[in-house]
Design a protein around this ligand. Structure first.
Ligand code: SF4
Length: 379
């Protein structure tokens, strides 16, 4: 089984906290970009090694910014080039202000059965502060449009720790998200990425960072409220109603191959990772010349171990200790056992009956430092 990810690097405007690769040049480059992605699918389909594609994910950037005829051309082109007959989950990321009833009906007709929407918060003044284009009311209307338009698998993205947010206002946002009854909620703590507008505003003293202790409190509020509402906390930042885990994102955490198409997209064929350039013109130029645009990334054994442990710990399934031993040998396994034991004693980790290390609730709050301790620091 495999997944296909397509990066759509266009946004209508830039949010102040964002360091994802995207541009405002949809009008000039959108059509040639879509054709390049379809051509890249043809150049690279052998990398799927005949594995049936089960998930397709159009992420961004803002895929909902693509005009519907271009989105149609993209999905038709991918269906003609790749074997997508067995796709079970087809997700498109969207911004609430793009999600009209007509858009929902159009994407449902293309085979999209899941929409992941960047709501971020229900506090309008904060949405404005960080440069989002939508309002809380538009987010509510977008969810109604999705349901009326035939999309019944809805994911909402939230951000906590935004400037001006308090535990009380965050509680209200979480409540409003739950009231919309999406099947899936992802929530990320804000990070001030160097060079972003928000980072510069903080440097100039124009915005104040929410203290770490309050961010932790917001995370606790999130976990408690969502679990009480019936959401399973299946990954550090992800919550789902029963049967609605993101299958596509789960493939990143459980070693399933995926083909990443488009500028800045990453791929993994089961052993080798590769990534495309984060430059639209360079990407289109290389693909149009009939060449692959990707560079191969060779991970050392130590880096693969670190990745396995870190990604495993992010999930409720945890890290399989015997699997680590089988793949990385006794020395790595002994290091894992020793480091894990300390955290078991401290109450941050537990061992499941089938031999997997899983973060406890306390451990999730300290996940960065637990993960750091379990990293392999020997050659
Ligand atoms: S819409 Fe998304 S990708 Fe675009 S700038 Fe905002 S956060 Fe970044």
């Amino acid at each position: 089984m495999a997944g296909v990810y397509v990066h759509i690097p266009f946004c209508a405007s830039r949010c102040s906290y964002c360091d994802f690769y995207s541009t405002l040049q949809l009008g000039r480059l959108g059509r040639s970009y879509v054709e390049a992605v379809i051509a890249e699918a043809g150049l690279r389909r052998a990398e799927l090694r005949g594995e049936p594609v089960r998930t397709v994910y159009l992420g961004g950037g803002t895929p909902s910014q693509l005009p519907v005829p271009l989105l149609e051309r993209l999905t038709d082109g991918l269906k003609e080039t790749l074997e997508l007959g067995g796709v079970e989950e087809f997700t498109v990321e969207a911004n609430p202000d793009d999600v009209s009833l007509g858009w929902c009906q159009a994407v449902a007709a293309m085979g999209v059965n899941r929409v992941s929407m960047g709501v971020q918060t229900f506090e309008d003044h904060i949405l404005r502060l960080v440069g989002r284009r939508h309002t809380a009311q538009q987010a509510v209307e977008a969810v109604a449009n999705l349901r009326s338009g035939g999309i019944n698998n809805i994911s909402i993205d939230l951000i906590y720790g935004l400037p001006g947010q308090s535990p009380a206002s965050w509680t209200d946002s979480v409540k409003r998200a739950v009231a919309l009854a999406p099947q899936h909620i992802s929530a990320y703590g804000l990070t001030y990425e160097e060079g972003t507008r928000l980072w510069q505003q903080r440097e100039r003293g124009e915005v104040t960072e929410v203290p770490e202790e309050e961010c932790l409190e917001m995370y606790r509020i999130l976990v408690d409220r969502l679990q009480a509402a019936g959401y399973e906390h299946y990954e550090i930042s992800n919550f789902a109603l029963s049967g609605y885990h993101s299958r596509h994102n789960s493939s990143y955490w459980n070693d399933t191959p995926y083909l990443g198409l488009g500028a800045a997209a990453h791929s993994y064929d089961g052993s080798v990772r590769s990534y495309n350039p984060s430059d639209l013109r360079e990407y289109i130029g290389r693909i149009t010349a009939g060449k692959k645009a990707c560079e191969v990334e060779m991970l050392s054994r130590r880096e693969r171990y670190d990745e396995r442990v870190m990604l495993g710990l992010r999930t409720a399934r945890g890290v399989d200790a015997e699997g680590v031993r089988a793949e990385f040998g006794d020395a790595a396994w002994r290091h894992l056992e020793r480091a894990a034991q300390r955290h078991i004693e401290a109450g941050n980790l537990r061992m499941t009956d089938d031999g997997r290390y899983v973060l406890t609730r306390e451990g999730i709050m300290l996940s960065d430092s637990v993960m750091r301790d379990l990293m392999w620091d020997e050659d």
